[in-house]
Design a protein around this ligand. Structure first.
Ligand code: ZN
Length: 151
């Protein structure tokens, strides 16, 4: 059976709380609102590309909306990883000769970069914005966002 995982991540790609209790707190808040197979979090030493499973289809330029080929995207991914372990996500887009970041590209289905991710596996009901907002209170003024992954 296919799994659906709702992934909650901070809006800032290289944010990681000084105390991981903040993430535990957010997980506990989500558990009070959401019934799911599991709710857990994972942290990464470096900024990591958070994929959306088979939902990943298309990447577009954040300025002009031109399609970015998978080949070019992979190349930009490799370069940013090699140069800064994804700490710096700046890229140059040939299509409109402007700079952007890997995080600002339009991912159809919203893939993102982050240093930690809270994963909600197969919830009975999709988590709502309210749940995400309540969880974000564990991180002061930092906003959280949610993507949906299918495998
Ligand atoms: Zn462009």
């Amino acid at each position: 059976m296919a799994d659906t995982i709702y992934k909650i991540i901070p809006e800032s790609h290289n944010f990681f709380p000084s105390d991981t209790k903040a993430i535990d707190g957010a997980v506990n808040i989500l558990k009070t609102y959401i019934k799911a197979d599991s709710i857990s979090w994972e942290g990464f030493e470096n900024t990591t590309f958070i994929d959306c499973g088979s939902n990943f289809e298309l990447v577009k330029c954040s300025h002009c909306g031109a399609n970015i080929s998978e080949e070019l995207w992979q190349e930009m991914m490799s370069r940013c990883y090699a140069e800064s372990r994804f700490d710096n996500l700046n890229i140059y887009l040939q299509c409109c000769k402007k700079t952007s970041t890997l995080n600002e590209l339009q991912y159809i289905m919203d893939c993102v970069f982050s240093k930690f991710v809270i994963e909600i596996l197969n919830p009975v009901e999709p988590p709502c914005n309210h749940d995400v907002y309540e969880a974000s209170k564990c991180f002061d003024k930092l906003k959280l966002k949610m993507i949906t992954a299918r495998y």
